[in-house]
Design a protein around this ligand. Structure first.
Ligand SMILES: Nc1ncnc2c1ncn2[C@@H]1O[C@H](COP(=O)(O)OP(=O)(O)OP(=O)(O)O)[C@@H](O)[C@H]1O
Ligand SMILES: [Mg+2]
Length: 374
């Protein structure tokens, strides 16, 4: 099933496949080298799964995607365009890289904010080779003219290059090779309909179950050469906000604590002490999450309050509150998005150790409406 079984793997080496032990060795070496440089981003990159089979959890998206890719390989064609959506740190970039790897093609990387002019995009598109995977991160933040150019490129593999200005301007159509666009967004709702419709497959990434996060923590611990007890790993997983990136980060912080304050082994009491020190609470809420809940309950009486007002109250950008804090609070049944604004659920008051007001909007959040306020 995997690219490797088919002999399509486009890793660093050509010719003989590496043995599992060699693979593991190389993988560990990359991780330790990245760690030695003290570069968190490099460590994160080194902990990334490299094939679909290595991806933990997200069964549905993984199975759907593996079908799309296998079918495309069978036909010898570039797969349909893929949109990946979901909160930060759930694996969108990871999956984009895997798509390219499984198709044995290079991945070209760019992002919405980097494409300020349609010309930037035209340059990228005309430089593509047949079958390339073009990854556009934060695709919802692309400029309008670039977006319109992308529609045509996705559908007809063509860009219209405009020469001149005003009434004398002419558009010269330029054919581009068939490529696969992989778009990533934390806000699928902000994508204009015409763009969303041009993706042949949309994978929506969900927060991870604790059991999956436990597997991720154990895998990363092995790569980072951290000794971890089962319950120590479980504790880190359960406080990771359903997010692999956070699980990996907490593991590294707990590892620091274990190294400095103990004998290096991550046990349950040690994980608890370390996570308390880093202000990650038992439900995995971090400072921002708690600040949002706190403002919502204490300052706005539980809401409803608009997202912008709430953001100002916690001193953050509205986008950060909406894209980083809220999805997890909603998922945890602590906050509801209603047409009139954000509302605290009864569970939110309880979480803060406050008495639940008689008129608290929602009992648990399970039935809470999920409409955007605007
Ligand atoms: N399914 C998974 N299994 C194991 N590790 C994973 C998985 N998904 C993500 N990770 C880990 O989490 C880290 C973050 O993932 P990634 O960068 O792909 O997230 P993202 O969705 O692109 O986030 P952002 O929206 O911030 O760009 C990766 O470095 C990887 O190690
Ligand atoms: Mg990313």
């Amino acid at each position: 099933m995997s690219a490797m079984d088919d002999g399509h793997y486009s890793g660093v080496t050509e010719g003989d496949a590496l043995s599992a032990a060699e693979e593991a060795y190389l993988e560990r070496r990359t991780v330790t080298a990245a760690e030695a440089e003290g570069d968190e981003r490099a460590v994160e990159a080194a902990l990334r799964p490299r094939t679909l089979d290595e991806v933990v959890g997200q069964e549905r998206v993984r199975e759907q995607l593996s079908l799309v890719l296998e079918a495309a390989r069978g036909r010898g064609r570039a797969p349909d365009h893929v949109l990946l959506s979901g909160p930060p740190g759930l694996g969108k970039t990871t999956l984009a890289m895997i798509i390219a790897a499984e198709m044995s093609t290079p991945l070209r990387l760019t992002s919405g904010p980097a494409i300020t002019h349609a010309g930037d995009l035209a340059a990228i598109l005309s430089g593509l080779q047949e079958g390339d995977v073009l990854f556009v991160d934060e695709i919802h933040r692309m400029s309008r003219p670039a977006e319109e150019m992308l529609y045509v490129a996705m559908e007809d593999f063509r860009v219209d290059v405009v020469i001149g200005k005003g009434p004398g301007a002419t558009a010269i159509p330029l054919e581009i090779p068939a490529f696969t666009l992989v778009g990533a967004t934390t806000r699928a709702g902000l994508l204009p309909g015409p763009l969303r419709d041009r993706f042949g497959f949309t994978g929506h990434l969900e927060f991870y179950a604790t059991a999956d996060l436990e597997r991720i923590v154990r895998r990363s611990a092995r790569l980072l050469e951290v000794t971890l007890t089962d319950d120590g790993g479980a504790e880190i997983a359960s406080r990771s906000r359903g997010t692999p990136r956070i699980a990996n980060r907490l593991l590294r912080r707990v590892r620091d604590y274990a190294q400095v304050r103990a004998d290096g082994v991550v046990t349950l009491p040690l994980a608890r002490a370390a996570l308390d020190l880093y202000e990650v609470d038992e439900s995995g809420l971090d400072r921002l999450d708690r600040a949002v809940l706190d403002a919502l309950c204490r300052r706005f009486g539980g809401g409803p309050v608009g997202a912008s007002t709430l953001a100002v109250a916690v001193g953050e950008e509205r986008e950060t509150v909406e894209e980083v804090a809220e999805p997890f609070l909603v998922r945890s049944g602590l906050l509801a998005r209603t047409p009139r604004g954000r509302v605290a659920t009864a569970a939110a008051w309880t979480h803060l150790g406050l008495p639940v007001p008689a008129d608290a909007a929602f009992g648990g959040g399970v039935d809470a409406p999920l409409f955007e306020e605007d």
